[in-house]
Design a protein around this ligand. Structure first.
Ligand code: NAD
Ligand code: TDX
Length: 355
């Protein structure tokens, strides 16, 4: 019989965190799930609203740099598992202003590690504890066309302030296991997409702009490649690592779905042409506009997730064709979720990036 766990999920009001919280509360209703989230521009309390009736769910607005708040929560909720999503996550914002990235991703992760170390070291059953850190394939740098995919032993070569700050947090987590024996695990995942994805990222941005008849800005020559993973498959990967992963280990998570940006944009246009009855511009392809490239733009990411698949039996369940269709359907059905996110603040950000 599985022993119920008591989790803190940092960043649980963001895109992936919220998907994992929904997944977890449904699959393990006997587990305590406490979300700690500062509700930055990317955090959305509404995404979790349906869980407010769930007896084991609690939302706490707070910052991962605030040590006393974390100490109090770990103690009063008798937490044994910390799943760390909270981050500044958007590469373009990290180019415009890297400060928040170093603060949240490096200092915030460090603050959580220190608080958890003290909590774990004073525990009666420290072997039951886990600190799981959610990271990205971007720490491995950029691949050229014929390079093999990233493995867990690929050297770190982060290229953006975002990926450098994530690399810093990964190294700290690794060191806490190596030095203190703290029970940590890390997942490095490729590009996620799906429900609750914030409008600034490629897939939601294209979906929303198609619906509004706005230009579809493709950076550079559109030939950059990303590996796309449906967010539901990321949830099951984290589940597998929390239940069966070996402490001290890193697991790569990927969809085996490498797609060129321009091809992805065409796929989204095709789906919208098929599924949306009243597009302002049809076919949506007419909106495609090449714009200046992202500074330092990584050419290609590809991830080898053999370790997770063979050691823990995880496999992605959704192809990119299926996942994109689900995602387009979701954005069509959930304008109430995304419309309010196109705020003045967001418009100001948009003007800066796409000037
Ligand atoms: P997101 O930007 O959608 O959400 C981040 C959440 O963290 C928000 O709810 C925000 O309010 C919260 N947050 C930010 N700063 C905080 C702070 N100082 N204290 C407390 N909460 C804070 O991000 P996401 O796309 O859901 O990514 C989640 C995690 O997964 C990140 O660590 C990211 O690096 C990693 N990741 C993302 C992807 C992807 O494709 N989106 C892929 C691999 C890894
Ligand atoms: O308007 C755009 N036009 C465009 O061509 C945007 C927003 C993006 N792009 C390109 C840049 C990338 O090659 O599309 C690709 C995907 O861009 P993003 O959605 O910004 O994702 P990326 O930079 O690849 O990073 C994402 O995946 C890894 C997440 O934002 C990170 O948090 C995660 O770690």
């Amino acid at each position: 019989l599985r022993k119920p766990r008591r989790l803190i999920v940092t960043g649980g009001a963001g895109f992936i965190g919220a998907n994992v919280v929904h997944y977890w509360c449904q699959k393990y209703p006997g587990d305590r799930v406490v979300v700690l989230d500062a509700l930055t521009y990317a955090g959305n309390r509404q995404t979790l609203a349906v869980l407010d009736d769930h007896p084991n769910f609690r939302f706490v607005k707070g910052d991962i740099c605030d040590r006393p708040v974390i100490d109090a929560l770990l103690h009063e909720e008798a937490i044994d598992t910390l799943v760390h999503f909270a981050a500044e996550s958007h590469v373009d914002r990290s180019i415009l202003g890297p400060d928040a990235f170093v603060r949240t991703n490096v200092v915030g992760s460090f603050t959580l590690l220190e608080a958890f170390r003290q909590h774990w070291q004073s525990a009666d059953r420290p072997a039951d504890y886990r600190f799981h850190h959610v990271s990205t394939d971007e720490v491995y740098g950029s691949l050229s066309h014929d390079d093999p995919a990233f493995t867990e032993t690929t050297p770190y070569t982060p290229n953006s302030p975002y990926s450098a700050s994530k690399a810093g947090s990964d190294h700290l987590v690794r060191a806490y296991h190596h030095t203190y024996g703290m029970p940590t695990t890390i997942t490095n995942c490729s590009n996620n997409y799906g429900q609750y994805h914030f409008p600034e990222k490629l897939i939601p941005l294209m979906c929303i702009n198609i619906l509004m008849g706005k230009p579809l800005p493709v950076y550079g020559d559109g030939q950059n490649i990303r590996d796309w993973l449906y967010v539901g498959d990321h949830c099951s990967a984290i589940d597998a690592v929390l239940h069966s992963g070996t402490v001290g280990e890193t697991y790569n998570v990927g969809g085996n779905n490498e797609v060129k940006n321009i091809d992805l944009v065409h796929m989204l246009c095709d789906l919208m042409n098929e599924l949306a009855p009243d597009l302002p511009v049809r076919p949506a392809q007419e909106l495609i506009t090449y714009v200046k490239d992202r500074p330092g733009h990584d050419r290609r990411y590809a991830i080898n997730s053999t370790k997770l698949q063979t050691e823990l039996g995880w496999t992605p369940s959704v192809t990119v064709q299926q996942g994109l269709r689900l995602t387009v359907e979701w954005f069509l059905a959930n304008e109430d979720w995304w419309k309010p996110l196109l705020s003045e603040e967001y418009q100001a950000y948009y003007r800066k990036v796409y000037a």
